[in-house]
Design a protein around this ligand. Structure first.
Ligand code: AMP
Ligand code: MG
Length: 506
């Protein structure tokens, strides 16, 4: 039997690097960066105003106050998106707005609230027509409209009174103070959140290269399983139950789907498979043709009705191990299936004898290990290895089986501890550990067994850890009450008051 860490290590060692893809920023939320992204521009790209007000030379208003206002000549107006053509001279100011480029010569902006326009023939806050004598201090004559490429020229527009002083560079946001061109924006392995995406957009990045997301087939197996009904089952009479005696509603696909999606992988649910070898073989063949990973639940035990392992081996799969020393969670299967991907997108499960020497695909093979399957979509073409590797460049790759136990808690816990890290690593995530919270035990926890027990616990708002209820591997209600798992070592009692780490999943 394998220890948990050994099992995770073996699984992660088998996970290939996937070929990245380039997608638009609009699709990038939650994706994992495949190539380090450096800033292509400075941010902000130019010095600009932090407020609506007047750009000035700070020296000109150094003595300004409400009692002793300073008057400056208004020579222009720069709206956001425009820029001023000349240089501000002593005694001049320019109307400016938040985000407008700071005019050359100005080294401060005085807030609108600390100024007062002096009445003139035309209101200084409006954009007046050019005055005939405009530009007496101008290096260039006024342009009509001043709108060439957002350029604004000098126009004498009246006078502004300043009721407050400004320090040098007050209310100016500096070119490059947020991000310097060439600096790191997102490292390889970063999961892109809303804030990263905002930063990328601000630096002009419209596309990102990210790792592909594996598609995960979810297969539930058991002849007792039924699809949950549409609507809510009636509680009024037992006879109205859609279940025959001995049947239960299938619940693992429903619980695992959001856990898979939370990793960034793409869950794909398949129909329930009855306990027969043929049905399981057909279901696995189809799922492996369509997905990168197949995750089954149920049917991996030692009973004569457990067909996952044998069906997988008949398709040419190799089982790496199938027992991990954790509770709940035994048994668990990890397997690899070599598939040959043809140029025409046909994926073929390699017969046992051909695993070391790939050969052209056969058509319609029905014998052991000779099921030819059609791989769909881009997944099938992704070889995930170097072009220098001749065997890989001939389109051989591995797909993976995660055979989870059927008991709902065992399936949930083995997914979190064993499958989740693989789904994350496949997408290029470096730290694949589950989030942890610290808590203090409100009651003792004992594990008299010889396997690590992952106990369902509830961490309350005061940091106290309580049992979430009955711990048997079929009890779903205690999982629903829990918000974490407490890892209790074999033959161990943890006393009240012990500080512990709680493994979280949401
Ligand atoms: P198995 O792993 O197939 O031996 O199943 C172990 C237990 O889990 C049995 O009680 C099954 O009925 C139950 N079980 C198996 N698969 C599921 C499932 N998908 N949803 C709910 N219960 C299941
Ligand atoms: Mg079963």
């Amino acid at each position: 039997m394998l220890e948990l860490e050994q099992a995770v290590e073996k699984i992660l060692a088998a996970i290939p690097a996937l070929k990245p893809e380039t997608i638009s920023l609009a699709e990038a939320h939650g994706r994992i960066v495949a190539e380090t992204i450096l800033a292509a521009t400075d941010l902000p790209p130019f010095d600009n105003s932090a407020v609506d007000g007047y750009a000035v030379r700070s020296k000109d208003v150094a003595e300004a106050s409400a009692e002793n206002p300073v008057r400056l000549q208004l020579v222009g107006r720069v709206a956001a998106g425009e820029h001023f053509a000349g240089t501000l001279s002593p005694g001049q100011c320019i109307r400016i707005f938040t985000g407008s480029p700071a005019p050359a010569g100005a080294d401060a902006v005085v807030m609108q609230e600390d100024t007062r326009p002096l009445a003139t023939s035309s209101s200084p806050t409006e954009a007046p027509a050019p005055l005939p004598n405009a530009g007496t201090t101008s290096p260039s004559p006024p342009r009509s409209g001043g709108e060439g490429r957002g350029e604004v020229a000098f126009r004498v527009q009246g006078e502004i009174q300043f009721l407050d002083s400004a320090k040098p560079w007050e209310n100016i946001r500096f070119h490059g103070e947020d991000v310097k061109r060439g600096s790191l924006i997102a490292e390889t392995g970063t999961r892109l959140g809303a804030a990263h995406i905002g930063l990328l957009a601000a630096t002009g990045v419209g596309q990102v290269t990210v790792n592909r997301r594996p598609t995960v087939a979810l297969i539930a197996t058991g002849s007792e399983l039924r699809e949950p009904v549409d609507g809510t089952p009636s509680t009024s009479s037992a006879s109205s139950s859609p279940l025959a005696h001995g049947q239960i509603f299938e619940s693992n696909r429903a619980a695992l789907t959001p856990l898979i999606a939370a990793t960034g992988a793409i869950p794909k649910s398949y129909p329930i498979v009855p306990d027969t070898a043929e049905a399981m073989r057909a279901a696995l063949a189809r799922a492996f043709a369509e997905c990168d990973i197949v995750m089954t639940c149920g049917g991996v035990s030692v009973g004569e009705m457990d067909f996952v392992k044998s069906a997988f081996e008949e398709l040419g799969g190799q089982l790496d191990f199938w027992k991990v020393s954790i509770k709940p969670g035994r048994p668990f299967v990890f397997g690899r299936l070599p598939v040959e991907v043809q140029r025409d997108e046909t994926a073929m499960i390699l017969p046992d004898a051909e695993k070391t020497s790939p050969s052209p695909p056969r058509s319609g093979g029905e014998g052991r290990g000779e099921v030819v399957i059609r791989a769909q979509g881009e997944n099938a073409l992704d070889v995930g290895c170097s072009m220098l590797d001749v065997r890989c460049s001939q389109s051989t790759r591995e797909k993976f089986l995660f055979g989870l136990p059927g008991n709902p808690i065992s399936a949930f816990v083995t997914f979190l501890l064993l499958a989740r890290p693989a789904l994350l690593r496949w997408q290029g995530v470096t730290d694949v550990s589950l989030p942890i919270s610290l808590g203090t035990l409100a009651e003792p926890f004992s594990n008299p067994g010889n396997r690590r027990h992952f106990v369902r616990v509830k961490l309350d708002g005061t940091g106290k850890v309580h049992s979430a209820g009955t711990q048997a591997s079929h009890i779903l209600s205690s999982l629903a009450s829990a918000n974490g798992l407490l890892d209790v070592s074999p033959n161990t009692t943890l006393d009240v008051g012990t500080t512990v780490k709680i493994v979280r999943w949401e």
